[in-house]
Design a binder for this molecule. Sequence first.
Ligand code: HEC
Length: 82
Amino acid sequence: MKKILMSLVLVLGFASVAMAGYDKCAGCHNGKVSPDKAALTAKFKTAADFIKAAKESKNPMMNAVKGNEADLKAAAADLGLK
Ligand code: HEC
């Protein structure tokens, strides 16, 4: 029983790691609701620019991620921005 519990914790741990970074943004940033990966990388050349724009976005849909610097940084890294 303990083993099953342990592996469940591990699997959940990995799943949440897999959902980090740009995966958290891709649901909205799909080119329909908001700019997709290609549009974002075309517009922003550095991670600093990207993170600043994310924080300054006036769109209420961005409120949930705005304050999460770690997520924004991970997303920038996923987009290949430095
Ligand atoms: C609930 C939907 C949603 C989620 C989740 C979301 N965004 Fe957004 N985001 C938007 C919308 C809508 C806009 C406004 C798009 C526009 O102005 O054309 C926006 C705008 C932005 C902008 C500014 C774009 C610009 O051209 O100025 C950046 C940068 C950005 N988001 C980054 C992110 C990152 C990074 C994440 C994930 C950590 C994320 N977003 C998650 C909906 C979302």
